[in-house]
Design a protein around this ligand. Sequence first.
Ligand SMILES: Cc1ncc(COP(=O)(O)O)c(C=O)c1O
Length: 345
Amino acid sequence: MEYIDLRSDTVTKPTPEMREAMAEAEVGDDVYRDDPTVNRLEALAAAMLGKEASLFVPSGTMGNLLALLVHCQRGDEVIVGNQSHIYLNEAGGMSALGGIQPCAVPNQKDGTLSLDDILASIRSVDVHHPITRLVCLENTQNICGGIPLTAQYTRQVGELVHQNGLLLHIDGARIFNAAVAQNVSVRELVDPADSVMFCLSKGLASPIGSMLVGTDKFIMRARHLRKMLGGGMRQVGILAAAGIISLEKMVNRLADDHARAKKLADGLRTVKGLVVDNGSPYSNMVYLNLADDVNIDSKQICEKIGPMGLLLDAENSCRFRLVTHYWIDDIAVERTVAAFREVLR
Ligand SMILES: Cc1ncc(COP(=O)(O)O)c(C=O)c1O
């Protein structure tokens, strides 16, 4: 059965154009820097983000980890959101592999970290204290609703961070969603950052891969550490070919995913028993709860709706996140609303 898969934008399969480009990609040994397709992708990503250099990595998690490992020494502290992917969902890599300690500050409802909280979390120089080295922002902020952070806010954080001798990393897994949702250039959104990770394998529909972006010196060190982590890949132009299509052809169409998320949210708001979050969606994610008087839980709904051709992600017993992407069309949106209506009848 062809499922309507709303669990995440990570489920996107490559487009027919990507499969063709992958089959025909010119390749070489990328550890020797011999793969022309990877070199082209890395140059393109750096240029699009307005940074000196970039590095193709197997996953967003590895990209974020490399940034932390390059920026920090063992025993350093990193200020992160308590709802951030780096803090919650990257298997504690910074501590396990980098000896780096997270200082988690609350994400506000709008996905930001308050400037006061950041400032208050910076350690004073004291023999007892770890050294605060880095602040990480996430844009779009996934758990806070897929909400985009503004260029103005990011600039303010950048100023605060740099005035205090720290560095700024952006987990921009969905930075192009943030740019498209706000109709601003991605360059403007990442301008204050010392490093950025973004994913090709989410809304941009590549099968695998993320990009780490920063200065030449930062990327040179990250390339070394990528090898150390076992992420040096060989004829990986096969994947980079899809990544180039992601960047050249799939960015502007993210607006379609956002429009469909809006249509989905509007439809679900008419279904008795569902309470869509106020303001949702902000990009390609719709967050909703089951109403208090509904007598089945989200797991049971997933079980009932599965045979109707839908795959859903339950966040907890009464909460869902539904994510639109390249393979979700208008008919899929209508079928999803109808399926929820049927299950909650
Ligand atoms: C905000 C955010 N950052 C980083 C990642 C990690 O990406 P990957 O799954 O490629 O490791 C994800 C994955 O969903 C994410 O949502």
